[in-house]
Design a protein around this ligand. Sequence first.
Ligand SMILES: Nc1ncnc2c1ncn2[C@@H]1O[C@H](COP(=O)(O)OP(=O)(O)OP(=O)(O)O)[C@@H](O)[C@H]1O
Ligand SMILES: [Mg+2]
Length: 267
Amino acid sequence: MLDIRNAVKIFERGTSLEHTALNRLNLHLDAEEFVTIIGSNGAGKSTLFNAICGTFLLDEGSIVLAGQDITYLKEHRRALSIGRVFQDPMKGTAPHMTIEENLSLAYSRATAKPLSFAPSRKQVALFKERIAEFGMGLEDRMKTRVGLLSGGQRQAVTLLMCTIVPPKLLLLDEHTAALDPATADKVMDITRRTVAQYRLTTLMITHNIASALSTGTRTIMMDEGQILFDISGGERANTTVDDLLRSYSASRHKALDNDRMLLQDKR
Ligand SMILES: Nc1ncnc2c1ncn2[C@@H]1O[C@H](COP(=O)(O)OP(=O)(O)OP(=O)(O)O)[C@@H](O)[C@H]1O
Ligand SMILES: [Mg+2]
C-alpha cells in the first residue's frame, strides 16, 4: 500500500547547519496496517510525514502509494488521498466556519466536487451520522462555529474531515498531545474506532510509548532519520515500555530523549 524506498532529506545542505533528517529510510506498509511511530525529538518523524505529504520533495528515494508513484506529485494532489491530523487543534479546521461548513468543504475537496460550504440535505445527514458515532454530542451543534469548540472537539472534527471520504493513508502527528489526559483518551478511542471501522491504513506518531505499543498492529522507532526498531505480532505483544527504552540505550548509547515523553507514559 505504501512503499518508501531509500528516502533521503537533507536540510540546509552545504551550510554549517546541514542536517540529514531522513537517512536512507525504507518503510513498507500493507493495506489496513495501523503503525505507531515513536522516537527522540528531531528523529525525523514529522519530516517523514512531510515527505509523504509532499511538503517538500525528497533529495533521493521514492514513495509509492496504492500503486501510484507520488515521489514528484504536488502536495495538493497528494492531499486528495492522504488525511493528516496535526498536534495543534487550531490547524485542521477553519475557526469562523461551522462544523457543517468545515465538513462540507472537506467532503467536496475529497470527492473532487466544486468547493461548497452549503451541503445538501443528504450530506448533512451523512455528516451528522458520522459525527454522532464519536459520542461527543456534536451532532446537535452542526451550526456552531468551530472556533468555539474545545481542543478535543476540534481534533474530532479534523479527524472526521480527514476520513469523511476514507483516505488511502491517514497520518496522525501527535494529534492528542495538546489535550488534557481525559480528552486525549477520548480522541484516541475515537481514532481507534474510526481506523477499525473504515479499515484505514494509518501511521500515528506518539510520544506515549505505552499507547504506541497498545494501539494498532505494529510499532516502529525512528532515530537519526532511520528506523531503529520495527516490531509487530507476538514480539510487540511481549515488549514493555522499559524493554524499548533499554534496547534504545543499548543500541544508541544514550537515553531516548523526547520532551513530551512524560513519566506517566510508563504505565
Ligand atoms: N524545514 C526544515 N528546515 C530545516 N531543518 C528542519 C526542517 N524540518 C525539520 N528540520 C530538522 O530535521 C530534524 C528532524 O525534525 P522532525 O521535525 O522530523 O523531528 P521529529 O522526530 O518530528 O521530532 P519531535 O518529536 O520534536 O516532533 C530536526 O533536527 C529538525 O530541526
Ligand atoms: Mg514532530
